[in-house]
Design a protein around this ligand. Structure first.
Ligand code: C2E
Ligand code: MG
Ligand code: MG
Length: 255
């Protein structure tokens, strides 16, 4: 753990972190409508490190705040570049609880938007259910401030957290992202199918957008399309790609 912690700090300082972008596709048009920025880190001694191997550690030590800050800046700058080249996609960034609860988080986001000129509605922040539930009043104030900026807000891994539905009517969010664990059993698993249908129905009734993650097969995509899901992302269409590759693909298949 200490080795990873040390390597992580060195890695960030020495530019060994990078972002890959996974396309998000509209189920009715087949167009690329967005990209999720996903962290990649390659260490000379430890090799390729998956986020699951180091993000929990970074969350424990607090270093996630520095990493998250870097990710946000990198993603917003990239999104602004794409915007400048005529690409109309929403760039989604994962936000960790510690980062979200920093007093200057909203100001950071506002400053980055101002500095890069990225239209706020082209930035999406992925929050988890637990972020909204811990210190709920404070979280609500913060989410409202972000919504006022015009930034889009999405609930990541929806259905796996504490699943208090109370916040859905209070918090100004734009999208639910159905967790991969419910998608993998589609279309055969009856429980998964029922849960996914219910999330889509609820999202639509609340006028939220619904996206499914972890879509790997054509039958899964078809199920989601028929159930009225708006968007999807997953290996079926593409893995997370280096920025230039994403740009090429999106230019060919964006609105
Ligand atoms: P997440 O935000 O739920 O991201 C989706 C994860 O699912 C990504 O893994 C992605 O590569 C993977 N995935 C996408 N499509 C498929 C598919 O069709 N099948 C399967 N089996 N997997 C798929 P990744 O990149 O390893 O990231 C894992 C988690 O690490 C993310 O889950 C997110 O919670 C966290 N993470 C990644 N980047 C960041 C970041 O910049 N900041 C923060 N705070 N967390 C991040
Ligand atoms: Mg995510
Ligand atoms: Mg997720």
């Amino acid at each position: 753990r200490m080795r990873i912690d040390h390597a992580m700090r060195q890695g960030l300082a020495e530019g060994r972190f990078g972002l890959h972008f996974q396309p998000q596709i509209c189920l009715s048009t087949g167009r690329v409508v967005g990209a999720e920025a996903l962290l990649r880190w390659s260490d000379p001694e430890l090799g390729e490190m998956a986020p699951a191997d180091f993000i929990p550690l970074a969350e424990e030590s607090g270093f996630i705040v520095a990493i998250g800050d870097w990710v946000l800046r990198e993603a917003v700058e990239r999104a602004a570049q794409w915007h400048g080249r005529g690409l109309r996609v929403v760039t989604a960034v994962n936000v960790s609880a510690l980062q979200f609860h920093k007093p200057d988080f909203v100001a950071r986001v506002a400053e980055l938007l101002r500095h890069t000129g990225l239209p706020p509605q082209q930035l999406e922040l992925e929050l988890t259910e637990s972020i909204l539930i811990q210190d709920a009043q404070e979280a609500l104030t913060r989410v409202e401030a972000l919504a006022l900026l015009g930034v889009r807000l999405s609930i990541d891994d929806f259905g796996t957290g504490y699943s208090s539905l109370a916040y859905l009517k209070r918090v100004p969010i734009h999208q639910l992202k159905i967790d991969r664990s419910f998608i993998s059993g589609l279309p055969g698993d009856e429980s998964d199918a029922a849960i996914v249908r219910a999330i889509i129905e609820m999202g639509r009734a609340l006028r939220l957008q619904v996206i499914a993650e972890g879509v790997e097969t054509e039958p899964q995509r078809l199920f989601l399309k028929r159930a009225g899901c708006h968007h999807y992302q997953g290996f079926l269409f593409a893995r997370a790609l280096p920025a230039a590759e994403f740009e090429r693909l999106a230019l060919a298949r964006s609105p």
